[in-house]
Write a protein that binds this ligand. Sequence first.
Ligand SMILES: [Ca+2]
Ligand SMILES: [Ca+2]
Length: 152
Amino acid sequence: METGLATIIIGVGVSALVQLLAKGTISNLDGADLTTAVNLANSIHELTYGLSFADPVTPTHWGPETGEVLATYNDVDDFDGQVFSPPIDARRQSLSNFTNWSQSVSVQKVDVNRLVTVVPNATVMPTLRVTVTVQHLGQTVYAETWLITQGQ
Ligand SMILES: [Ca+2]
Ligand SMILES: [Ca+2]
C-alpha cells in the first residue's frame, strides 16, 4: 500500500519535469533548418521508446554490449555518445540525402530525487536523461532532452 503511493507521487513529479525538459532549445531560427532539425531530434526520441531501460543480459554494463551494432542496440545507454552523420530515422535507417546533418546522442543517469543531478553510470537509479543535439554544417540547430524512467 505505502509502496504503491510512493510510486504514484514520484510518477507525477517525473512527468511534470519531462514536460518542462521536452520544450527543447532553439539556437538558430532558420525555419526550414529548424523543421528538419526538430524532425531529426524526434526520430531519436521515437527510437528510444522501443528500448529497454537496461540491457536484458548485462544490465549493469554501460554502452553497447559486445557484438552489438546500431541495428541490434536494445537498451538506452547503447546510444550514449553515438553520432549519426548522415542522420538516421526512427527505424535506424540512414538518411543519405541529409548530408551535412548530424544527430549526437548523450545518455546520462540522473538522481530520481533531483533530476538535474547527474550521477555515475554505475549508480542504481531508475532515471535516465537523454539529449539529442542536431547540427547542420557543424552548427547546432536544435537540441532536445527527455527523461526515461525504469519500467516505462
Ligand atoms: Ca547497454
Ligand atoms: Ca544493449
